[in-house]
Design a protein around this ligand. Structure first.
Ligand code: NAP
Length: 294
């Protein structure tokens, strides 16, 4: 990592830390946010040794780094390393955003804010009062659940291949769900498949099934006419899920908007300025389409 941009030597250094990280679009997104807001931000990609996350973070901060995004597999360690954290981090047990200051390392998790912003603002679909199915109980599902509850849907059912993890995730969020009067349950996959009357307004695939090229981990009976079927995955790997959803009359949406919106939340946390995320999302989608057509 260079820490500085020769064209803007005084720009504040940020990065995304992960392993692997070469695929990350975050540097492109944050460079556009910086250009469009005029903020002096220099954002790089950092491949962090699997056994050296804490040391890397401390070194980056000591060399003048102002903050970082954190991706696979370091989100849990990022939460543990922080000296203060948002309620979102406490609920998810994971952080995707760190901000460095003289008082220490502050952690936040913007994945949930990102998916909520993409569903409600970009897709124009209301979550309040609706029935939501959340597939998965890994880091992405954990990051999203608190923010989904805060939208006050009528009901959220969590289903995961390993049922015990869905139960644990629901238990962790039970008090928040009660506070917002949301019915929150962990559903058994066999139960979901057996009961063909169980359907939802919004179905969110927060599993790694698309990444793994595996089949959609839910029967088509979970969809209602006009449901939103959302895969957190984006790019070609999300296409089978999108095709599945469209073939059953659902509105299909990939996770590219979540990616841009969670980045926008991180940027706003660091800089106190909200970037024009919808514009950057449409630019990124056009870029990816052009790359795919080559
Ligand atoms: P993770 O922590 O490793 O969790 C993986 C989840 O997927 C677990 O619930 C796991 O179930 C389930 N799973 C894995 N393979 C499966 C299969 N073949 N069938 C059914 N379930 C399967 O991963 P993660 O960080 O949550 O990421 C999940 C997905 O979200 C990835 O595709 C990632 O790219 C995406 N994501 C997108 C964004 C965005 O900004 N768009 C942000 C974060 C994540 P078990 O518990 O049974 O193993």
């Amino acid at each position: 990592m260079t820490m500085t941009n020769p064209e803007h030597p005084s720009a504040d250094p940020y990065c995304v830390m992960g392993n692997p990280v070469a695929h990350s679009r975050s540097p492109w997104i944050h460079a556009r946010f910086a250009e469009l807001t005029g903020q002096p931000v220099h954002y790089e990609r950092a491949l962090v040794p699997l056994d050296g996350f804490a040391e890397f973070v401390r070194d980056f901060a000591a060399r003048g780094g102002k903050g970082c995004n954190v991706t696979v597999p370091f989100k849990l360690q990022a939460a543990e390393l922080s000296t203060s954290a948002s309620e979102r981090v406490r609920l998810a047990g994971a952080a995707n955003t760190l901000a460095f200051s003289a008082s220490g390392i502050h952690a936040d998790n913007t994945d949930g804010l990102g998916i909520v912003a993409d569903i409600t603002r970009n897709a124009g679909v209301q979550i309040t009062g609706r029935d939501v199915l959340l597939l998965g109980a890994g880091g992405a599902a954990a990051g999203a659940l608190g923010s989904l509850i805060e939208q006050k849907p009528r009901r959220i059912a969590v289903v995961n291949r390993t049922h015990a993890k869905a139960v644990a995730l629901v238990d962790q969020h039970a008090a928040l769900a009660t506070l917002h009067k949301v019915e929150l349950i962990a559903l058994d996959k066999q139960g979901l498949e057996a009961d063909l009357t169980q359907n939802f307004d919004i179905v969110i695939n927060a599993t790694a099934s698309s990444l793994a090229g595996a089949e959609v981990p839910a029967p088509a009976s979970v969809l209602r006419s006009g449901s939103l079927a959302y895969d957190m995955m984006y790019g070609p790997a999300a296409q089978p899920f999108l095709d599945w959803a469209s073939s059953y009359g659902a509105i299909a949406r990939d996770g590219l908007g979540m990616l841009v919106e969670q980045a926008a939340e991180s940027f706003a946390l660091w800089r106190g300025v909200r970037p024009p995320s919808a514009q950057v999302l449409s630019e990124l989608r056009a870029l990816l389409q052009a790359e795919a057509a080559r």
